[in-house]
Design a protein around this ligand. Structure first.
Ligand code: GDP
Length: 304
C-alpha cells in the first residue's frame, strides 16, 4: 500500500534538495508533480484539488523556518496536510454511558466485516472489555459459522440464530433485525459491556441491503456504526462510501486489506468525502492483523 505514492513523493522532494530559495515556479512544478502522484494513486479529484491548493497557499505564504531548508519546509507542509486529510486526531470509540455499547458493522459483501468483527472483539477484550458478537448477517450461508469461528479464536461469545433453526437462517428467511435486537438484549442480560453486530452485505449496492441495514440501525440504536471499506476497490471506494453514508449513515470507517498492493486512494479520500473519521485498519487475514488508525503515523509512513 502507498508504495508507488511514497516513491513518487520522495522523487519530487529530492528535486528540491539543495535549493536555496523556492521560486513560485519551483512551487508550481512541485505542486503539479504531487497532484499527478495523488491522482495516479486514485485519490478522488476534489480531494486532490483541495490538497494541492492548501500546499501551494502555504508554500508561498509561510515564513520559512530558520531550522529547515525550503525543501524540508515543503515536506513538512505536505506531511501536515496529509495528516489533515486523514482526519487529524485519532478518533476513539464512543462508549455508551449505560452499557452495552452497541457497534454495528456495515459494508459490501467481501469487504471484511466478519473478519473485522473478530479482530475488533479481540482488541477490545485485550483492553479489558467483555465484548459479545452478534451474527445478524443471515444473507451469506456461511457468515454465521464464520463469525462463530472468529469469536472462538478471539475468545469472545457469539450470539447467533438458534442452532435448531440455523438452516432456516441459512436460507435467509430469518429476520436479521430481530436477531440484532435479541443479541443486544442478550449482551445486556449477560453483562457484556460491548456488543458488535455483524450485518449482511451484497456484492453490489442495492436498495434492499441498505434498507435492511437501516432497519437494524433503527432497531438497536448503535453508539457507533462502522463502515468497513475494502481499500483494494480503488476508485469505486468513494461512491460506495457515499452510498452507505446516505443509505444507512455511519459514524466511522474501518479500512480493510491495507496489506494489499492498492494504491491508497481510498484511504486518502474517504475522510474528506464522507466527513467521517477512519478509526481502525485491517491489515491481513489473521485476527492480530489490526491497528487503531493514527493519521499522523499513516502520513509518516507515506512520507518515509
Ligand atoms: P464480509 O463479507 O464483509 O464479512 O467479508 P469477510 O470478513 O468474509 O472477508 C472477505 C475475505 O477477505 C476473506 O477471505 C477474508 O479472509 C479476507 N480479508 C478480510 N480482511 C482482510 C485484510 O485486512 N487483508 C486481507 N489480505 N484479507 C482480508
Amino acid at each position: 500500500m502507498f508504495n508507488s505514492l511514497s516513491d513518487r513523493l520522495a522523487a519530487t522532494f529530492k528535486n528540491l534538495k539543495g535549493k536555496g530559495r523556492l521560486s513560485e515556479a519551483d512551487i508550481d512544478a512541485t505542486a503539479r508533480e504531487i497532484r499527478r502522484a495523488l491522482l495516479d494513486a486514485d485519490v478522488a479529484v476534489p480531494v486532490v484539488r483541495e490538497f494541492i491548493s492548501h500546499i501551494k497557499e502555504r508554500a508561498l505564504g509561510e515564513e520559512v523556518s530558520q531550522a529547515l531548508n525550503p525543501g524540508q519546509q515543503v515536506v513538512k507542509i505536505v506531511n501536515e496536510e496529509l495528516v489533515a486529510i486523514l482526519g487529524g486526531e485519532t478518533r476513539r470509540l464512543n462508549l455508551a454511558k449505560n452499557p452495552p455499547t452497541v457497534i454495528m458493522l456495515v459494508g459490501l459483501q467481501g469487504a471484511g466485516k466478519t473478519t473485522l468483527a473478530g479482530k475488533l472483539s479481540k482488541h477490545l477484550k485485550e483492553q479489558g472489555h467483555t465484548p459479545m458478537l452478534v451474527a445478524a448477517d443471515l444473507q451469506r450461508p456461511n457468515a454465521v459459522k464464520q463469525l462463530q469461528v472468529n469469536g472462538e479464536r478471539a475468545g469472545v461469545p457469539v450470539y447467533a440464530p438458534h442452532p435448531g433453526v440455523s438452516s432456516e437462517f441459512e436460507d435467509a428467511t430469518g429476520d436479521p433485525v430481530q436477531v440484532a435486537r435479541d443479541g443486544v438484549a442478550e449482551a445486556k442480560a449477560k453483562y457484556n459491556d460491548i456488543v458488535i453486530v455483524d450485518t449482511a452485505g451484497r456484492l453490489g449496492m442495492d436498495a434492499e441491503l441498505m434498507q435492511q441495514a437501516a432497519n437494524i440501525r433503527a432497531a438497536v440504536q448503535p453508539d457507533e456504526v462502522l463502515f468497513v471499506l475494502d481499500a483494494m476497490i480503488g476508485q469505486d471506494a468513494v461512491a460506495t462510501a457515499q452510498a452507505f453514508n446516505e443509505g444507512v449513515g455511519f459514524t466511522g470507517v474501518v479500512l480493510s486489506k491495507l496489506d494489499g498492493d492498492a494504491r491508497g486512494g481510498a484511504a486518502l479520500s474517504v475522510r474528506s468525502v464522507t466527513g467521517k473519521p477512519v478509526m481502525f485498519a485491517s491489515t491481513g487475514e489473521n485476527l492480530s492483523d489490526f491497528e487503531v488508525f493514527h493519521p499522523d503515523r499513516m502520513a509518516s509512513r507515506i512520507l518515509d
